[in-house]
Design a protein around this ligand. Structure first.
Ligand code: AMP
Length: 261
């Protein structure tokens, strides 16, 4: 199994003024990919595996919101009072499984543009999620003179997605993702990589899952056509264990002449 390498994701998660502590070494080719797919298809796990293989950072907007949420719930009422109204509303959307408004997401992305022009490339996971966000990303990348290589669209039947989400467990410290049946941790409820106490995300509860699937159908699915029309879409079946899906991902990228196998 591939070793997971964590690079300079702190700068992405902490935002704006944070200096990247571990910029990746300059690769022969910097990969710039978007990972698309319904919640629970395993985009995050594929992004981790791709990051280890290709050297680019996994950049997840969901991670930013979770980091703010954790900082907020771990702190005093005073800190809570300092949370901006936009961010407080965003966390409320997340709790219910709804999408955060585009303006909030885009202002976070604009604060982190330096991660998009990183010479190591990037793997965007969970962004863009609406056509408005995709158009804004196009504009930001054009301003930075950077082009997307491909958009990987992971596909899976809905029943499988629901079972994946309900069994998913996450490490709060290093963000590694497990599944109670398909990818269990070696020691029960403890992260293999850092020993963190695994937990079930609030938005993996049944009602939130239903809302998230609806948001995906209405707002994110149209991105499949958006990127197909631009010649960037690469469809990949997300059936089976993560290593198998990863093999398919590399095959698909080599079919597009983006990696050599
Ligand atoms: P994820 O981990 O990508 O499933 O994201 C968790 C939650 O964060 C989502 O259910 C949304 O509430 C919010 N979120 C993350 N990324 C976005 C985005 N690009 N647009 C809107 N909401 C987002």
């Amino acid at each position: 199994m591939t070793t997971i390498v964590k690079r300079g994701r702190e700068a992405w998660i902490e935002g704006g003024t944070t200096r990247c502590k571990a910029p990746p070494p300059t690769p022969v080719k910097p990969y710039r990919l978007v990972l698309l797919g319904a919640p629970g298809v395993g985009k995050g796990t594929q992004a981790e595996l791709l990051s280890a293989e290709l050297g680019a950072c996994q950049l997840s907007t969901g991670d930013i919101f979770r980091a703010v949420k954790n900082a907020d719930s771990a702190s005093s009422t005073l800190r809570s009072a300092l949370l901006s109204p936009d961010m407080a509303a965003a966390l409320d959307c997340m709790r219910k499984g709804e999408l955060v408004p585009d303006e909030t997401v885009l202002s976070l992305i604009r604060e982190r543009t330096k991660c998009l022009r990183c010479r190591g490339g990037f793997l965007l996971d969970g962004f863009p999620r609406t056509v408005t966000q995709a158009r804004a990303l196009d504009q930001i990348l054009a301003q930075e003179n950077v082009r997307l290589d491909a958009v990987l669209d992971y596909e899976l039947p809905i029943e499988t997605i629901v079972s994946r989400l309900s069994g998913r467990r996450t490490c709060p410290s290093c963000k590694a993702v497990y599944h109670i049946a398909a990818r269990p941790a070696k020691a029960e409820r403890l992260c293999d990589q850092c020993g963190g106490q695994l937990f079930q995300r609030e938005d993996d509860q049944p009602e939130a899952v239903r809302v998230r699937m609806q948001a995906y159908d209405e707002s994110t699915r149209p991105l499949i056509d958006y990127y197909r029309q631009r010649g960037l879409l690469v469809s990949i079946s997300a059936e089976g264990p993560p290593e198998q899906i990863f093999g398919r991902t590399l095959d698909a990228l080599s079919g597009k002449m983006l990696v050599t196998r």
